[in-house]
Write a protein that binds this ligand. Structure first.
Ligand SMILES: Cc1cc2nc3c(=O)[nH]c(=O)nc-3n(C[C@H](O)[C@H](O)[C@H](O)COP(=O)(O)OP(=O)(O)OC[C@H]3O[C@@H](n4cnc5c(N)ncnc54)[C@H](O)[C@@H]3O)c2cc1C
Length: 356
């Protein structure tokens, strides 16, 4: 059990488990209406807590944060996709490069009325206890959510990843972020500056980190990048939960409403891996729908129907033919005019047109 030092307000109690983008956004909305908000995270808000997971977003303005806060690195409105068909420049409207650990640290620091409980690895018993003491409990625990113990959440295919923040000469690649698709791998390089980048490799096969590291060394050597030290890299998993149903996004536990937000309900785009903006949007929706007595599922469906539809279809294709296969199908020259990720019917029609 974790100690809560906060004096109780007269309002409702909102507890949030998981303090990534989904949990932080939820807390930001919750503390506007009640002084009794607790946010639990199993880690701590040190600037390097994220290693070097994804560092790029589009539609940055949809985040409830100013530009040029700590962790905001720079604008990036184009990216380069390299497949066996060649190079494609992708337009990324409102694209921004982040230092995610720094940004989360800053964001957590702006929460003035939220009790943040760090290093709190909430287990099943603790989650139950929180539900018995809360009016609303938000599960924002990411790819492997704690709610899988209480409701049936489906899983999609998982890819092992290895990524790191490395210092090397990236001047030949700067400033565009790059995704390179191979038959079995995808490599991403996001230059923060000409001298530093986050670099990661994902693999479609379940390979141990040592093997993945050797593959990464070889692929980086081919593009004249000094491979990083093994110790400087983080192992991870990219779980494509695009097929996870939104039907389980809300349930009751001990008479408490539980809302599942962010990656926990499968809102990362399983084709591109992008999901931070969706996580933040769903965290806000999880609180607002409860306060306004509206259906959370309905809100998520409105916000994410097309994303889920596209990723639900694209995910199995992606895992069958790989990212490069998709690029070949698309015959390159993918240039999204509106938003890189289609969210509205008009966008999706535009995107489908580019794919056929
Ligand atoms: C390799 C990789 C690269 C990516 N690149 C990008 C990118 O470039 N751009 C982008 O937009 N998205 C990217 N994504 C997707 C993005 O990381 C997620 O969509 C986003 O982080 C989801 O936010 P979230 O808050 O839902 O979950 P998370 O960011 O995963 O946060 C979950 C939080 O819950 C905490 N937690 C988990 N279990 C417990 C527990 N039991 N008790 C307490 N706390 C707990 C964790 O410590 C963590 O802080 C990438 C993902 C991967 C794997």
């Amino acid at each position: 059990m974790f100690e809560i030092a906060t004096a109780k307000g007269y309002g409702m109690r909102i507890s949030i488990v998981g303090g990534g983008f989904a949990g932080l956004a939820a807390a930001q909305v919750a503390e506007e209406v009640t002084s009794d908000v607790q946010l639990y995270d199993k880690g701590a808000y040190s600037g390097d807590r994220r290693g070097a997971w994804g560092e790029m977003v589009w539609d940055y303005s949809k985040l409830p944060l100013d530009r040029h806060v700590p962790g905001y690195v720079r604008e990036a409105n184009t990216g380069i996709f390299v497949g066996s068909n060649g190079k494609t420049t992708v337009t990324v409207p409102d694209g921004v490069i982040l230092n995610r650990g720094e940004l989360e640290k800053h964001w957590a620091g702006t929460l003035e009325r939220t009790e943040i409980v760090e290093n709190a690895d909430v287990d099943e018993a603790e989650f139950r206890r929180l539900s018995s003491e809360s009016d609303l409990l938000i599960d924002a625990t990411g790819q492997f959510p704690i709610s899988r113990r209480f409701t049936s959440l489906s899983y999609d295919v998982a890819c092992p990843t290895l990524s790191g923040r490395i210092e090397a000469d990236f001047s030949h690649l700067y400033p565009e972020p790059r995704a390179l698709a191979y038959e079995n791998y995808f490599l991403w390089i996001v230059p923060q500056s000409p001298e530093e980048a986050t670099v990661g490799l994902g693999c479609r096969e379940d390979k141990p980190p040592a093997e993945l590291y050797e593959d990464m060394r070889q692929l980086l050597a081919e593009i004249d990048i000094e491979p990083p030290e093994r110790e400087s890299l983080y192992g991870g998993t990219d779980v494509s939960n695009g097929l996870r149903s939104l039907s389980h996004c809300s349930y009751e536990l001990n008479d408490c409403t539980v809302h599942i937000a962010g990656d926990a309900i499968g809102l990362a785009n399983s084709l591109t891996g992008f999901g931070m903006i969706h996580a933040a949007q769903s965290g806000r929706a999880a609180v607002r729908s409860f306060l306004q007595g509206e259906s959370y599922k309905r809100r998520l469906l409105c916000q994410n129907f097309w994303t889920k539809a596209v990723t639900g279809v694209a995910s199995p294709i992606h895992h069958t033919i790989g990212l490069d296969g998709i690029a070949q199908l698309a015959k390159s020259d993918i240039e999204y005019q509106e938003a890189f990720e289609p969210q509205q019917p008009a966008d999706i029609l535009g995107a489908v047109r580019t794919f056929i």
